[in-house]
Design a protein. Structure first.
Length: 240
């Protein structure tokens, strides 16, 4: 068990480095490892607490670059939708969650290679994009690529994009943590595990911040997509 958590914290740092540099993908890369360590049902609430810390650090590291208007518009949709999704999550069976997460990962990869995925998102669409992201994040554990796609389409600088998206994630994960706790999906032990994992995500966010301006954007995106595809296959095969 100690080795499992050492490996998990190492994976958390690596996943947060990816997320801190690319703005998405960290939670979805970490979720399969966490699922195998603590089970599907416990993994989502624990990851929510960890992501809360990780995204707080990303927002703090890029505080001056945050674009508040798009962040708050997006959150106006994602926060209430995450309440509904969190309540639904409590009643979902673990095997269904594994398949749902795996299929969602494959759908995200496919979307990024369509004309729709490359199109600039009008500001008026930030609220409905937030609704979709908040709901799927609460049910499946993370919908970071959807939120990232919305903010990437605004053509912000790399630093502004990462920091602004992190603000929306903080509000969403805080809401999910409260609802999970209210319906006994988040125990005291889960909170402690989430805080421990969150520490590795904070360190990874700092590492990712250092990498933003150094890695070729296209090559890094291909790497993340490849890792997401492996994660999807892992979850789909593990749920059968």
């Amino acid at each position: 068990m100690q080795f499992d958590w050492f490996f998990l914290l190492l994976c958390g740092w690596l996943a947060a480095t990816v997320s801190g540099a690319a703005g998405f993908g960290g939670a979805l890369l970490l979720l399969p490892v966490l699922t195998l360590t603590v089970g599907a049902k416990a993994s989502v609430p624990i990851l929510t607490v960890a992501q809360l810390l990780g995204n707080l650090s990303r927002a703090a590291f890029g505080w001056r670059e945050i674009r508040w208007r798009p962040a708050l518009l997006f959150s106006a949709g994602s926060v209430p939708a995450s309440v509904i999704g969190s309540r639904l999550f409590v009643d979902l069976p673990p095997s269904f969650l594994l398949r749902l997460i795996g299929m969602f990962l494959l759908a995200v990869i496919a979307l990024r290679h369509t004309e729709l995925g490359r199109r600039r998102l009008p500001e008026r669409m930030l609220v409905p994009a937030g609704v979709a992201t908040g709901f799927l994040s609460a049910v499946a554990g993370s919908a970071g690529p959807l939120g990232a796609a919305a903010f990437l389409s605004l053509h912000l600088s790399a630093q502004a994009y990462v920091a602004s998206e992190a603000v929306t994630a903080v509000l969403m994960h805080l809401t999910k943590s409260i609802v999970y706790g209210r319906y006994a999906a988040l125990s005291g032990g889960d909170v402690l595990r989430g805080l421990a994992l969150g520490g590795s995500l904070v360190l990874g966010s700092w590492t990712g911040r250092k990498l933003i301006d150094r890695l070729p954007e296209q090559e890094f995106a291909w790497l993340v997509e490849g890792l997401l595809a492996v994660s999807a296959a892992w979850l789909l095969l593990g749920s059968t």
